[in-house]
Design a protein around this ligand. Structure first.
Ligand code: HEC
Length: 111
């Protein structure tokens, strides 16, 4: 009985750490690779963000315009506007799962 409780507790602890590690990774990637343009808060109020006229991803109207699959494609392969690459792709730095986590992260940005 005792050991079963221990195993159950260990399982809960493991699930909890795995959960927080996952959240930290997307947040860390955002901070390291994306925040210079998109802003830590997603509002793009940075020098680069203003220069490139990056949209405010906390705006519900902008969120509604964006599609998960095009977001994923932009993160991995880059974003081209009027024949100019305004955001490079991150497929050499991020795995597809990390990119998917970043899509989720962006979806959770709040105004
Ligand atoms: C050099 C500046 C820059 C960096 C760094 C950058 N972006 Fe972008 N990003 C842009 C620009 C410019 C656009 C296109 C304009 C817009 O979305 O307002 C864009 C577009 C996007 C889009 C497409 C939105 C759509 O319409 O589907 C997503 C998603 C995105 N970025 C996520 C990221 C993520 C995640 C990172 C980090 C891994 C990142 N960006 C890093 C500048 C940048």
């Amino acid at each position: 009985m005792k050991s079963i409780t221990k195993i159950a507790l260990a399982g809960i602890a493991l699930a909890f750490t795995a959960g927080t590690a996952f959240a930290a990774t997307a947040a860390e990637n955002w901070e390291n690779s994306c925040a210079s343009c998109h802003g830590a808060d997603g509002k793009a109020q940075t020098k680069q963000g203003k220069k490139l006229k990056v949209r405010d991803y906390t705006d519900p109207a902008v969120q509604a315009e964006m599609k998960d699959d095009t977001m994923l494609k932009a993160i991995l392969e880059g974003y081209v506007q009027n024949g100019k690459t305004t955001m490079k792709g991150f497929k050499d730095e991020l795995s597809e799962d990390e990119a998917k986590d970043l899509v989720k992260f962006i979806r959770e940005l709040k105004p």
